[in-house]
Design a binder for this molecule. Structure first.
Ligand code: UDP
Length: 355
């Protein structure tokens, strides 16, 4: 699907686009998982910043309509190494951004092999393809779940990483593989440990549409709209100010902008960078419900349920490393502004994407 230059042979002596045009100017970026929630927002930000994104997505979780029709979308599996190599060469890719992963914590406990196969083994295939084609810049979606239950708050990058589920472990495994690749092959990479990605594009054109949906903000909005049963609040007996869990909700466009801000850092071979991305502002489940009610003017019906296994009481970031090293800072530092963008998306797409 969408294959340009289909029959062009591999040419391993590729000249990276950035070399021709000047460093960081109009980078050709392969966005793996670019039709998914965070990937699609990043694709738009790349376009706005003057770069040239090309999307690879098998559309298992991604949505074709999240991608502008003027972009090339390769509907392929990440593990199809020969196809990935063909794309890397033919599209003269400078940087690979990798968003494609399974991300359901509970499922990862039930079916760990699925997670290690998709999130680790297929990432190795992707890195191998990059190495074969001389592409040596990589931006990776990691997660705050790689820390497990953190020792201190807010969380800095130097905290020990002890994931408590195979999903978090699969992300940490890739981080460790990237360290080894930096050392062995001079691969330059940046791994971003996301806190809670939320919100939608400011114009409401793209947004969050997972199936199944497990995240608090979309579930609470649906409950407010009467589209599904009341929300279950998972535990009100945590050691937090109102007894519900604290999380760090960061706008998806703020996450995306960090991925572009890091390009300059990747110019030197062998970089292996790790950054937390959050606002540093904790919000409880009850505060999210209240903010959704304020923004929408609707009531969020809820009941109190059991704690969800594996939920730490609080997770929020110290993102000062990303701020000082990348000159990045979150534009959205108020949960109501983030929810306003999510609400706009939900109103304009009552059934999510068409596909
Ligand atoms: N949560 C909840 N009810 C739900 C979904 C989530 O109370 O139906 C809580 C969850 O326990 C956590 C917070 O909302 O404390 C954020 O959960 P989410 O699944 O959105 O993200 P996570 O922090 O697990 O990545």
């Amino acid at each position: 699907m969408g294959i340009k230059q289909k029959n062009k042979p591999l040419n391993r002596k590729k000249i990276p686009n950035s070399t021709i045009l000047g460093q960081n100017c109009c980078m050709n970026v392969l966005v793996v998982g670019g039709a998914g929630y965070i990937g699609s927002h990043c694709v738009r930000q790349l376009q706005e910043a003057g770069h040239h994104p090309v999307v690879l997505d098998n559309l298992v979780f991604g949505h074709k309509s999240a991608i502008s029709p003027d972009l090339t979308l390769y509907e392929e599996d990440l593990g199809n190494r020969s196809k990935v190599e063909e794309i890397l060469i033919n599209e003269r890719i400078d940087v690979v951004m990798h968003f494609a992963a399974f991300a359901y914590v509970g499922e990862s406990v039930q079916d760990p092999l699925k997670y290690y196969k998709n999130n680790v083994a297929e990432t190795i295939d992707l890195l191998q393809a990059m190495q074969n084609c001389g592409v040596n810049k990589f931006v990776f979606s990691s997660t705050c779940a790689s820390y497990g239950i953190p020792e201190k708050m807010p969380m800095t990058e130097d905290l020990p990483q002890s994931p408590i589920n195979p999903y978090g472990q699969s992300k940490l495994d890739v981080e460790n593989i990237l360290k080894a690749c930096a050392h062995a092959y001079g691969l330059s990479s940046a791994s971003f440990r996301y806190f809670n990605a939320s919100g939608a594009a400011e114009d409401g054109a793209i947004g969050e549409d997972h199936d199944p949906e497990t995240h608090l903000i979309p579930l609470a909005i649906w409950a407010a709209q009467g589209k599904r049963d009341q929300l279950t609040v998972f535990g009100t007996d945590y050691d937090t100010p109102d007894g519900t869990c604290l999380r760090d909700y960061i706008h998806v466009d703020d996450l995306s902008r960090a991925h572009i801000a890091v390009f300059e850092k990747l110019e030197n071979p062998g970089q292996c960078l790790f950054y937390n991305l959050g606002t540093g502002i904790p919000a409880s489940v009850m505060e999210i419900i209240k903010a959704i009610e304020d923004v929408t003017g609707l009531t969020v019906p809820y009941t109190v349920g059991e704690r969800r296994p594996g939920d730490p009481p609080a997770l929020y970031a110290d993102s000062s490393k990303a701020q000082s090293e990348l000159g990045w800072s979150p534009k959205y530092d108020n949960i109501r502004d983030i929810i306003t963008t999510a609400w706009k998306w939900h109103q304009s797409h009552p059934h999510g994407y068409d596909d």
